[in-house]
Structures are given as C-alpha cells and as structure tokens.
Design a protein around this ligand. Structure first.
Ligand code: PMP
Length: 338
C-alpha cells in the first residue's frame, strides 16, 4: 500500500528481524517482531487502536469525546496519537515513577497528564483505579462524554493481537514458527498471541521479570512476586481479564542482570536500541530455545524504542545506583577537541 488513509492504517505490519547473536548462541532462529516501528514507537499502538475502535462501535465514544486511561506510558502514547487522528481528547493517569521521556512524549502527543504517586493495585489510589474514577467523573462533565480505556481488563486489547500480530507472524514465517514468548503487562500481547498461535501448534512461553507474580502463578498456582526489576510496562501481579483462559507451555523468571546485557548487546552489535522489556523477552527466547533444542524458530517482541529510557536504562549513574552492570561503551565520556 502506497498511501495510508490515516495514522491508524500505519499501525502494524511490522517486520520480523533476525536476532543474529541470540540465534548463533542457541542454534535456533530467533526473530524479533519490530513493534518499535509503529507510529507511537511501541507494541501498544495496536491495543490503543482496537480499544478506541471498540469504544466507538459500542457507542461509548462519541465524536469529540474524551478517552481516559491509567498507563505506564506506551498505551497512553498510542491512545493520544490515534485519538488525535480521530478527533478525540486524551487524559492519561501515569505513576510518577515512569521515565520522564515517556511523560514528555505523552505531552507532545497532545495528552493531558495526571501524575499520581506509585501505589500497589490493592491501594484505591493506584493509577488504574484513579483513572477509572476520573473517567466516571468526566463522563458526567465533558460535553461529548468520556470513556475509560481499561486496557488491563478490556479484551479489545488482546483482540488486536489475535487479529493482527498473530496472523502477521504466521504469514511472515510461512507457518515455520515453533515458539512465541514475551513478558506481560496487561497480558494482551501474550494471551492474544496464544489465542492466535497455540491452536496452530505453536508453543507459548512467558518471560516474567522479577517482582511479577505470573511465573509463580503458572508454575505453583500461587500469585507470588519476589524481587524487583527496573523494566517498565511489564510485571503483572494478578490475572487480568486479558489473561483469563491463558496457559503458557513454558514459563521463566528472568532477572534484570540477565536481561540488561542483552539490551546493551542489541545496540552494540545489531543496531537495535530497545527498552528493558525487550531484554526480558529475548532472554526468555534464549531460554526457550535451549528447552526446545536447536533448529527451531522462535519469535518474540521488540516492544519499544530505547530513546524512551535515556535517563534510566541508558544512564550509567542510574544503573550504578541500582547495582546493575554498566557496559563500557555507555560509560565513555565524549571526547572534546579543544
Ligand atoms: N513492554 C513495554 C515497554 C510496554 O509498555 C508494555 C505494555 N504495558 C509491554 C511490554 C507489555 O505488553 P502487554 O500490555 O500487551 O502485556
């Protein structure tokens, strides 16, 4: 297609990129779905588009209406961009702890930002609950009404992957894909890909960061979340509506110390500048490749672009404070010619 009708048409149909280091290491073909090439630079553009389309189809979102969401950033960027292209206003509730770059991007995308202190899901002031109450209040006061996107429990989110990402991966690999693995935030990508690909015999893996409870749930039945991670946008503590009915074939808990060197190697050796969740995904793909054995094709998600994390993941001072390894090239001061 040469000319897109609007921004929405430019979402999806992303390339699969062969990850050469991970492939050489395992004897498998490890492929990354380049979701950072979406217009909002993340996998969440797909969910944003489906959530907005669904709200319009249900009559919940009317012309000139307002979309409200609690988000770690990427869904908000997708909602704001798609919303702007369709004439909707966006209000985003974000935990203060998310990267400044994501907050700046949200503002550039035209979203109105509401920052709240980070609080666990069981706290009524958690950003998700706050955004639901705000949506209810704005629905009464906004002239054209307001809807709550509710990405965690709105299955229009995973439907985006059932209908687009899953079939794209199947077609791009000409049905050769043996395994798919990724981390879960809302679980929309993971469960949507499972719905699309598990019936075709593709094995599905969960790569869970430390501080998330899903690995423990799928291996012991208990929601337990030991440790912590600097990765953003992933690390779920409950079974969201998007995850209902989902069961992985493989499950791994990945420490940051395993995932971050992969992120730095990607930039140094493959020219891919990615966020931290991509490191968890590729670490998971490597572990799954070892369990499946050589000769298999495994797909994972390259979730979002790394420029979003310059002040954290790509900041030596931040990494040292967290006790995480800093690659030598990242710690080099620029040479100044007098
Ligand atoms: N990586 C990043 C950077 C994200 O922002 C998200 C979404 N929160 C994910 C991964 C996980 O995607 P999903 O919500 O589909 O589980």
């Amino acid at each position: 297609m040469r000319i897109y009708r609007d921004l929405a048409q430019s979402i999806g149909n992303t390339p699969l990129i062969r990850l050469n280091q991970a492939s050489a290491l395992t004897g498998c073909e490890i492929l990354g779905k380049a979701e950072f090439l979406n217009p909002g630079q993340s996998v969440k553009d797909r969910a944003a588009l489906y959530i907005i389309r669904d709200a319009v189809a249900r009559g919940a979102l009317r012309p000139g209406g307002t979309i409200v969401e609690g988000t770690a950033g990427n869904t908000g960027i997708g909602l704001a961009l798609v919303g702007a292209s369709m004439g909707f206003r966006t209000v985003i509730v974000i935990p203060e702890t998310q990267s400044q770059e994501k907050k700046d991007m949200l503002r550039l995308a035209g979203a109105e930002l509401v920052q709240v202190p980070a609080a666990p899901y069981r706290n009524p002031n958690n950003y998700v609950h706050y955004s639901r109450r705000l949506a209810e209040a704005l629905a009464q006061t906004e002239p054209n009404g307001a809807v709550w996107a509710n990405q965690f429990d709105n299955v229009a989110n995973r439907q985006a992957h059932v209908e687009t990402t899953g079939p794209e991966v199947w077609a791009q690999t000409e049905g050769r894909v043996n395994g798919f693995i990724c981390a879960a935030g809302t679980g929309g990508t993971l469960a949507g890909m499972a719905l699309a690909l598990q019936p075709k015999g593709v094995k599905i893996g969960l790569a869970d960061p430390e501080g998330a409870a899903l690995h423990s749930f799928y291996t012991t039945g208990k929601l337990e979340a030991p440790g912590s991670s600097i990765t953003e946008g992933i690390g779920q503590g409950r079974i969201t509506a998007n995850l209902e009915g989902f069961k992985p074939d493989f499950s791994y808990r990945i420490p940051d110390a395993e995932a971050l060197p992969i992120v730095f190697d990607l930039l140094e050796h493959e020219g891919l500048c990615m966020g931290g969740s991509t490191g968890i995904n590729i670490a998971g793909a490597i572990r799954m490749a070892r369990d499946l054995g050589p000769g298999h094709t495994i797909v994972t998600i390259l979730c979002d672009y790394g420029s979003r994390y310059q002040s954290k993941l790509y900041n030596p001072v931040f990494l040292k404070e967290k006790g995480l390894p800093v690659p030598q090239w990242l710690d080099r001061a620029p040479r100044t010619i007098p």
